[in-house]
Design a protein around this ligand. Structure first.
Ligand code: MTE
Ligand code: LUZ
Ligand code: MOS
Length: 749
């Protein structure tokens, strides 16, 4: 089935926050943000700005009736700076004016009196100074210290991976207005409507039931709106409440890039020990996460780095410690993979280092250490339905890995100034929020008198196709045409206490809840049909909008049945509540069963570099991906391709740069390059691994949103191998992204 949004997207009819027709009297907000990264605020001179014709108000921390606090996991993040600033781009005031241009003009007229302090932008430096957002976290298994003696080879090194700008096409935005009796309604570009509701209630000093958050869809989120849409929603709600007028805030691209957090850069030290026959016996690492100025989601991201620190490998003895470091940068946040990619880059670097020192392809080591059925992960969970071996086998059948390796060698022999490199990237990604309580969702399903159906859930549509999948679940469970089903906006008044749409689990959680509600409705309608046809309910089935009795089609159709049920006063509304079974994790011991299941896959990546110029392209990315039993092949393939491009971008060209003063240098699209169609790999193939899929996945169709991003990590190592083919003296270092400049320098090192 096609994505239900495809027509409205290409015809420009899809509604984003900025497309909502504004109400009469709407005012526009623009944010004044700190021009320095660290300092004591002595005052804010708004005298000039206030006098500009059309400026209605300038709001600061002093105007907040409730608490100046929007922190998600821990309460350490103010809405407006109060007394001090901790990053360049930190909101200090909101100008509200009759039109947007005036608001922005007034922002430019504000002067802040800030006594600058020394900023810290480096994670290791912050760690040395004991500036941590939360206490460090350690995962371990076996006894790493006593394992070194058994190792034939021990290698150590350091890795760096950079940040990544989400670059959602729709910027952060919100539109808030008052309803009756102090009730405020917020339209927000958020992945987490309940978080917005809770934070706005806290800022306004009112109860959550006074705040309604409604989301139609996002123009991309990628994790950047899991937590960070909240500030702008709270500001709009605050201004709307204060001024009793509708208020809209839409960030401009450069402001969005400067003010919001990104993927966390990580610095890490590792030691890896192997036996003579290449088994990884021991792995020890320390991660330094650059968290920015507030915790945001950093502690949960730190944990996921640990969960994925051994990727798809079984390592009997390991110990990994991670520090979440507080720096004077915008609070870094969720980004597709949520710390997993950072953790995986480090172990893959350690393996690449070992392979280099032992003068062999990394795949010899990778393959030897693949997880097997019944192995336990570092965090205690026993691995079930392990598919990595099967993915490798399938990839070899389909793509002939040894032949590709040979072709690369031949290419390199035949070409002096162009070199290719190949790398394998196996992945294993755990599906579930690692915070147990977040693994729940609700769905509210109405069957209307005419037989049409409306479904509301907590899922946010952000381009990933979750609404299409939910619609498919409802249509399939009720056995009606997809045309009869509508997926409603996500609204906290209809479906409450939602988890953000994140962790790739939006379709699983909300789909399962929808399936439960629809099953109940179907059961009830079968009972009605049984009464109408004087049959036993057990003999009734619903199929393709018809009632069947003992497998024989009756005269009664879906529409007629619904109509009769309503006349008979049968309830045609149902809600479903789903809580993922089995998941549990003991944070104290760092052991448990945090994931409902894992997603596996393997990519073969071939890169080709121009050794005179240092520029490159990806020649092939050939994947085998474990979709389970995919419920929507075109959507899932779209997710694989998009995530791959995003992963390759992170590893190769996207370079977030701050200066020493903590000012963002890569603050627009001329200084921050993301992959476009010209940098897409020349050949992309993805074959699904034929499997039944786990029952924990919606219709046995596995979560797909984040895992394929990590295939992109193979891009780094493919480039590194191409460099080695040209410059045998190159000593691999692990400092992502591998930009063209870096390639050129390494070719002639
Ligand atoms: N795909 C599109 N087109 N746009 C997005 O913003 N976000 C990704 C992924 N795919 C995203 C996307 C991220 S970070 C996650 S967690 C999942 O979608 C969330 O949706 P799901 O849980 O429904 O897979
Ligand atoms: N968000 C979150 C996530 O709050 N917890 C998670 O475990 C998670 N994992 C991936 C992406 N977002
Ligand atoms: Mo995705 S990083 O879980 O929003």
């Amino acid at each position: 089935m096609k994505n239900i949004d495809s027509i409205s997207h290409v015809t420009g009819r899809s509604l984003y926050v900025d497309d909502i027709p504004v109400r009469t009297g709407t005012l526009y907000g623009a944010v004044f943000a700190s021009p320095v990264a660290h300092g004591i605020v002595h005052g804010l001179d708004v005298s000039k700005a206030e006098k500009i014709n059309g400026v209605e108000a300038i709001l600061t921390a002093a105007d907040i009736p409730g608490e100046n606090q929007i922190g998600g996991i821990i309460p350490d993040e103010v809405l407006f700076a109060d007394g001090k600033v901790e990053f360049n781009g930190q909101p200090m005031a909101l100008v509200v004016a009759r039109d947007e241009l005036t608001a922005r003009k007034a922002v430019a007229a504000i002067k802040a009196d800030i006594e600058a302090l020394e900023p810290v932008t480096d994670a290791r430096e912050a760690c040395e100074k004991d500036m941590l957002l939360v206490p460090p976290s350690t995962f371990q298994t076996g006894d790493v210290e006593s394992a070194w003696d058994q190792c034939a080879h021990i290698f150590k090194g350091r890795t760096e991976s950079g940040g990544q700008e989400h670059l959602y096409i729709e910027m952060q935005g919100s539109y808030a207005y008052l309803m009756e009796n102090g009730h405020v309604k917020i339209r927000s570009s958020t992945q987490g409507p309940t978080h917005v509701q809770k934070a706005a209630a806290n800022v306004l000093g009112i109860a959550m039931h006074q705040v309604e958050v409604d989301v139609t869809r996002l123009g991309g989120g990628f994790g950047g709106k899991e937590d960070q849409a909240t500030a702008y929603a709270c500001m709009a709600a605050l201004a709307a409440t204060k001024l009793e007028k509708p208020v809209k805030i839409i960030l401009h691209r450069m402001d969005d890039m400067r003010m919001t957090g990104k993927r966390h850069p990580y610095s890490a030290d590792y030691v890896i020990g192997l036996s003579k026959d290449l088994k990884i016996l021991a792995y020890k690492a320390t991660f330094y996460q650059n968290g920015g100025a507030a915790a945001d989601l950093s502690p949960a991201i730190l944990d996921r780095s640990l969960f994925h620190s051994t990727n798809t490998y079984y390592i009997p003895n390991s110990k990994v410690t991670a520090y979440s470091c507080k720096t004077n940068l915008p609070p870094n946040t969720a980004f597709r993979g949520f710390g997993g990619p950072q953790g995986m880059f480090i172990i893959e670097s350690a393996i690449a280092k070992a392979a280099h020192e032992l003068n062999m392809p990394a795949r010899m080591i990778q393959q030897k250490n693949f997880l097997k059925e019944g192995d336990h992960f570092q965090y205690g969970q026993v691995a079930k339905n392990v598919n990595i071996g099967k993915c490798y086998q399938r990839a070899d059948e389909e793509y002939h890995i040894a032949r590709i390796e040979k072709d690369v060698e031949k290419f390199n022999e035949a070409n002096q100034w162009r070199k290719q490199g190949m790398a394998l990237m196996p992945i294993c990604f755990g599906i579930s929020f690692t915070n147990k309580s977040m693994n729940q969702a609700r769905s509210l399903v109405h069957v209307y008198q005419d037989g049409s159906v409306g479904v509301s859930t907590g899922a946010i549509e952000m381009g990933q196709g979750v609404n299409t999948k939910i619609l498919q679940v409802a249509a399939r469970t009720l056995s009606i045409s997809p045309d009869k089903v509508k997926v409603e906006t996500t609204n906290t008044t209809r479906v409450s206490n939602t988890s953000p749409t994140a962790a790739s689990s939006g379709a699983d959680l909300n789909g399962k809840a929808t399936e439960m509600a629809c099953k109940q409705l179907a059961k009830r309608l079968r009972r009605t049909a049984a009464t109408l046809l004087s049959e036993k309910p057990a003999n009734i089935t619903l199929q393709d909008e018809q009632v069947f009795v003992n497998g024989v089609k009756s005269q009664l159709c879906w529409t007629e049945l619904v109509k009769k049920a309503h006349l008979d006063r049968v309830c045609l509304t149902e809600q479903g509540h789903y809580a993922t079974p089995m998941v549990d994790f003991d944070k104290e011991k760092s052991k448990g069963h945090p994931f409902a299941y894992h997603v596996y896959g393997l990519a073969v990546v071939v890169a080709e570099i121009d050794c005179l110029r240092g520029n490159y392209h990806f020649e092939k990315v050939l994947m085998v991906h474990d979709f389970g039993n995919s419920m929507n092949h075109s959507i899932d393939m779209g997710q694989v391709e998009g995530a791959l491009a995003q992963g390759l971008g992170w590893m190769s060209m996207e370079e977030v740069a701050y200066d020493k003063e903590g000012k963002l240098l890569s603050n627009n699209l001329s200084t921050y390059k993301i992959p476009d169609i010209y940098s897409a790999p020349r050949e992309v193939q993805c074959v699904p691994l034929p499997t039944k899929g786990p029952k924990e996945a919606i219709l046995r169709s596995k979560a797909v949103g984040e895992p394929p991003l990590m295939y992109g990590i193979g891009g780094y190592f493919a480039l590194q191998n191409a460099i080695k083919a040209f410059n045998p003296d190159h000593v691999p270092d692990f400092n992502a992204p591998m930009t063209m400049e870096k390639v050129l320098m390494r070719l002639y090192q």
